[in-house]
Ligand binder design. Structure first.
Ligand code: FAD
Ligand code: NAI
Length: 476
């Protein structure tokens, strides 16, 4: 017999789940959110992968390591002398943990403010009843709650290499990668995707000799080719060694470190001995312990919960969002789905525009994009115009001392509608928002070209790239 009845029960307190819970509460529903993440003391740590071992801690370490690199390599260009520069990795990690905790606490505060009932433990389906779905919460104690609607937001887990399970000592997932206690002399990463490049950058900046082994022959295949090429040039210059087209073989972990056998792109047998290995070959949807069988919740062959465009599952009043369903594994995508589902439950018309979800890779230079790449437009046969503007010709970038990269616009050849914007360079993560807004409003490149942008600012490169579509840049 269940003790607690809710209008909406959210399983998972990551960015998808906690935002869904808050939005549902704002809409007047009686909401519970169940999350099992434990902090070091065994208490709740709301925020999921993103807050605990993803977006937030990785960005904290990217920032700290960038400061270190600037102090060591770039301050001198500004006439700043640094003597006795040192590294306190323990302090850097502790700062990162503080940032994480501030975010955990912030979500807890938001739950109180919005009167979301928070349950700490694993949620699993028991059965469907007339009152709704019975969900068992297994934590310090066990209880059962009932939700008329259930939103599943159980996220994803790191994919392991076959035959080389994570031990988080030598063979690390994103979790271990964020808490290496001292800078490894040699570090390998398998997979040069988003995590490979971000975590590879952190530990390279801190002094590790980093090798990234990537199976695909092309670098960042999902990124616009011109942008990916520019980024690769910058990473090569920094000394981030990226080997493409490799076939990883046996991975052996021992007290001395990790030994990786692989074939290079020419098919030659190679071996690499490193102190630590980070495996970043993608993530798998997580439904472990959810007991989907009890209610017949349908999964696809990848283990993702099957949903339609509105995040409806095969079961009435059961919804699923975020990394556990199809689509990009991004925190902001999960959040948008969370809001949309809460609004749909309230009878409103929640909407997520998948064409305008921005991507950002927080390396230096940053890489950010929205919409279609040039190769996608070519493949679809759509006639387009392109315009680029290099940061080298931007006054603010020169003042910052960071002139790597460019902004690139792709617009429809006939209507001038913006089809994609791609940026590699300083603060690309912030600059991309203007492009997202423009695309949401179906703007043309001329719209952006006619808008007054502050001077001197990096955003002038965006305006100039828009002007470049019509071949009329002013500063290049
Ligand atoms: P999650 O954040 O994974 O949250 C799921 C939650 O559900 C977890 O707390 C889990 O413990 C809980 N849970 C699971 N099963 C149960 C259960 N049965 N009962 C109770 N609780 C359960 N994305 C970005 O957009 N920007 C970034 O910069 C970025 N950086 C990243 C860096 C790294 C290293 C990693 C690994 C990921 C990064 N991501 C980033 C991806 C982002 O973290 C995910 O897309 C996002 O967290 C997905 O949100 P979610 O709510 O779907 O799931
Ligand atoms: P990813 O999908 O970005 O990259 C995985 C890479 O590993 C690919 O290039 C793939 O070709 C390669 N690969 C796969 N199997 C391999 C093998 N056996 N040997 C060698 N290479 C292999 O996945 P990643 O980096 O693990 O990140 C997971 C997800 O987390 C991302 O897709 C993204 O959605 C999210 N994320 C987002 C961030 C952001 O938004 N800034 C930061 C970090 C993660």
């Amino acid at each position: 017999m269940a003790d607690k009845q809710f209008d909406v029960v959210v399983i998972g307190g990551g960015p998808g789940g906690y935002i869904a819970a808050i939005r549902a509460a704002q809409l007047g529903f009686n909401v519970a959110c169940i999350d099992e993440w434990k902090n070091a003391k065994g208490g709740p740590a709301l925020g999921g992968t993103c807050t605990n071992v993803g977006c937030i801690p990785s960005k904290a370490l990217l920032q700290s390591s960038e400061h270190y690199e600037h102090a060591g390599k770039h301050f001198a260009d500004h006439g700043i002398k640094v003597e006795g520069l040192g590294l306190d990795v323990a302090k850097m990690l502790a700062r990162k943990d503080t940032v994480v905790k501030q975010n955990n606490d912030g979500i807890q505060f938001l739950f109180k403010k919005n009167k979301v009932a928070s349950f700490h433990g694993r949620g699993s389906f028991v059965k469907a009843t007339d009152a709704g779905y019975e969900i068992k919460v297994s934590g310090a104690s066990e209880e059962t709650i009932v939700g008329q609607h259930v939103i599943v937001a159980t996220g994803s887990n790191a994919r392991a290499l076959p035959g080389a399970p994570f031990d988080e000592e030598n063979i690390l997932s994103n979790d271990g990668a964020l808490r290496i206690g001292s800078v490894p002399k040699k570090l390998a990463l398998i997979g040069s995707g988003v995590i490979g490049l971000e975590m590879g950058s952190v530990w390279r900046r801190l002094g590790a000799e980093v090798t990234v082994l990537e199976a695909l022959p092309t670098f960042l295949g999902a990124v616009d080719e011109q942008i990916a090429k520019e980024a690769k040039k910058a990473f090569d210059k920094q000394g981030l060694k990226i080997e493409l087209g490799v076939k990883v073989g046996e991975v052996k972990s021992s007290a001395k470190g990790v030994s990786i056998a692989y074939e290079n792109a020419k098919g030659e047998a190679q071996s690499l001995d490193v102190d630590k290995l980070i495996v970043s070959i993608g993530r798998v949807p997580n439904t472990i312990g959810l007991n989907v069988e009890a209610v017949g919740l349908k999964l696809d062959e990848r283990g993702a919960i099957v949903v339609d465009d509105d995040c409806k599952t095969n079961l009435p009043k059961v919804w699923a969002i975020g990394d556990v369903v199809r689509g990009p594994m991004l925190a902001h995508k999960a959040e948008e789905e969370g809001v949309a589902v809460a609004e749909r439950i309230a009878g409103q018309h929640g909407h997520v525009n998948f064409n305008t979800i921005p991507w950002v890779i927080y390396t230096s230079p940053e890489i950010a994009w929205v919409g279609q790449t040039e190769q996608q437009l070519k493949a679809s046969g759509r006639a387009y115009k392109a315009g680029t503007f290099p940061f080298l010709a931007n006054g603010r970038a020169r003042a910052l001392g960071d002139t790597t990269g460019m902004v690139k616009f792709l617009a429809d050849a006939a209507t001038d509608e913006i089809l994609g914007v791609h940026i590699v360079g300083p603060m690309a993560s912030e600059l991309i928002s203007e492009a997202v807004v423009a695309m949401e409003f179906k703007a043309s490149s001329e719209d952006i070209a006619r808008i007054c942008h502050a001077h001197p600012s990096l955003s002038e490169a965006t305006k100039e790239a828009a002007l470049a579509v019509d071949k009329r840049t002013l500063n290049f």
